[in-house]
Design a protein around this ligand. Structure first.
Ligand SMILES: [Zn+2]
Length: 331
């Protein structure tokens, strides 16, 4: 359809799903696909499934990978951006020192720029979403895991080893919250109290122990099927067990966002990810908590808003960032 040679492709690989988007030169999404991540495949085979979906998407637009301006690939976990290697990813078990850029480039027969998923979501939001026109911008994702990324003067901030923004692994747990083992190997991380996975798992454990909660009923009677969505719905309907778990999550998130606000003094903090889809109520409580806890000069200017691009943010950001760097590996 486009055939203009100005299109860019973005791919976002996650622990449960992967997303592929095709963008026109003006940033408009012209085609997109979101599919479950293949379970139980080795990284190379899994990436081949992902790139096959990308090729199908391109074929429907009458494009070949080499006709694109750039291809960007966003991955979770610890990423060596310059080498295009995924060092490790707690939400992708078995992926260790995987040369994801080389594998994807080989399958697509075109160069692929690799970067961190939350950082690319932040770039997407800063170009086309909640951080548009904002000089100091933080994008926080609360989903299966919790992460944050910073865009300063339009540029993603990486830190000394591409590890900046890992707010999900800040210790926040107290006696009242479980000191769960985190995917990072430590205990008490924000992610173990407030991620979607953690919220659901805490209620599953309480339900198995006999706590009086309506969450199993919402999950069709199957305790194992309880998701964060069920927990938020039950809490909103007055379920005390779920309300307590949500309260712990909000308290922990408030601590995490307060750190971001006090240390970075951002103009906007955008909140995205599956848990943020729990809606306005969660965001309102988070805003009130941060307003009460954070340093006045910083909290007086910050706007805490929902992210605008949804589950496509990472893929969109990866595509735009790759295009801005001419499709080369970025530095
Ligand atoms: Zn951790």
């Amino acid at each position: 359809v486009t055939g203009s040679g100005r299109a860019v492709l973005g791919i976002d690989v996650g622990g449960t799903t992967f997303t592929v988007v095709l963008l026109a030169a003006d940033g408009e999404v012209t085609a997109a696909a979101e599919e479950p991540m293949p379970i139980g495949l080795a990284p190379t085979a899994a990436l081949k499934t992902v790139t096959a979906t990308a090729r199908t998407l391109l074929a429907t637009a009458n494009l070949l990978p080499r006709e694109l301006v750039a291809i960007g690939l966003a991955v979770p976990g610890s990423v060596d951006v310059a080498r295009g290697v995924l060092r490790s990813a707690p939400n992708l078990p078995g992926w260790r020192d995987v040369p994801v850029a080389a594998i994807a480039a080989d399958a697509l027969e075109a160069p692929v720029a690799v970067d961190h998923d939350v950082r690319m979501a932040a770039v997407g939001e800063s170009r086309l979403g909640a951080g548009r026109g904002v000089a100091s911008f933080v994008c926080m994702t609360i989903g299966t895991g919790i992460g944050a990324a910073l865009v300063l003067d339009g540029r993603p901030y990486r830190g000394a080893s591409d590890a900046a923004g890992e707010i999900g692994h800040v210790p926040v747990a107290t006696d009242t919250t479980a000191m769960e083992l985190c995917g990072c190997g430590r205990r008490g991380c924000l992610e173990t109290v407030a991620s979607g996975r953690a919220v659901a798992e805490r209620v599953r454990r309480l339900a198995r122990a006999g706590a009086a909660t309506s969450a199993p009923a919402l999950a069709g009677g199957d305790v194992d099927a309880i998701s964060a969505r069920h927990v938020f719905a039950a809490a909103a309907a007055g379920d005390a067990v779920c309300a307590r778990v949500v309260e712990d999550a909000v308290t922990a998130l408030t601590a995490g966002v307060t750190v971001l606000v006090n240390v970075l003094n951002p103009e906007v903090v955008a909140i995205g990810g599956g848990v943020s889809a729990a809606g306005a109520a969660l965001l309102d409580r988070l805003r009130a908590g941060v307003r009460a806890a954070a340093w006045s000069p910083a909290v007086d200017v910050v706007r805490i808003v929902p992210a605008a691009l949804g589950t496509r943010a990472g893929a969109i950001g990866a595509a735009l960032h790759a295009a801005e760097h001419g499709g080369r590996r970025t530095c």
